[in-house]
Design a protein around this ligand. Structure first.
Ligand code: ZN
Length: 168
């Protein structure tokens, strides 16, 4: 006799933890092994307060998702970001601006970024003002304060037009 209650008892917290945490099995694999639906496993994980493996889940999503573009995204401001696992300047989600990566591979070191908005921080200026034109010849390495001064003088040219206050 397997009613809801006895089914629930068939996998203990200890066993589930062993399969899910130690053996790193997926919900699907555990469900198959125990003859449950994935739904039951999901509920037990929640009920037993077992920490879901978010990172593993995300990786699965990434690989299985046909919309996955190899970790390249464009921000609302028009900058291109690349998924990069080990980088001192990566965002919380693990992305680094493509123009930073290209400049760094050219100068063969990481940019100096001391703290947020520090005037000695190194930044990359897009010479033609096009923020996704990350050809090395379009990139110029500057300090944050040089960059500010440059833009405040209105030295950004887009289509040969001098634009003031454009930050690129
Ligand atoms: Zn600039």
């Amino acid at each position: 006799m397997t009613n809801k209650y006895t089914k629930k008892k068939l996998i203990t917290k200890k066993e589930l933890k062993k399969l899910y945490i130690n053996k790193k099995m997926t919900y699907k694999e555990i469900a198959k092994l125990k003859g449950f639906s994935i739904h039951v496993i999901q509920n037990r994980i929640k009920e037993y307060n077992i920490k879901p493996r978010i990172a593993a889940k995300r990786n699965q999503l990434r690989e299985n998702n046909c919309m996955w573009k190899g970790g390249k995204i464009k921000t609302e401001k028009g900058y291109v970001y690349i998924k990069t696992d080990n980088h001192p300047h990566k965002t919380q989600r693990g992305y680094v601006a493509e123009h930073i990566l290209i400049m760094e591979s050219y100068i063969k070191r990481y940019l100096k970024i001391i703290s947020f908005n520090n005037k000695y921080n190194e930044v990359i200026h897009h010479i033609n003002g096009i923020k996704d034109d990350n050809r090395i010849e379009n990139l110029k390495l500057m300090t944050h304060s040089e960059h500010l001064t440059f833009h405040n003088k209105g030295c950004t040219y887009i289509n040969n037009k001098r634009l003031k206050g454009v930050n690129a």
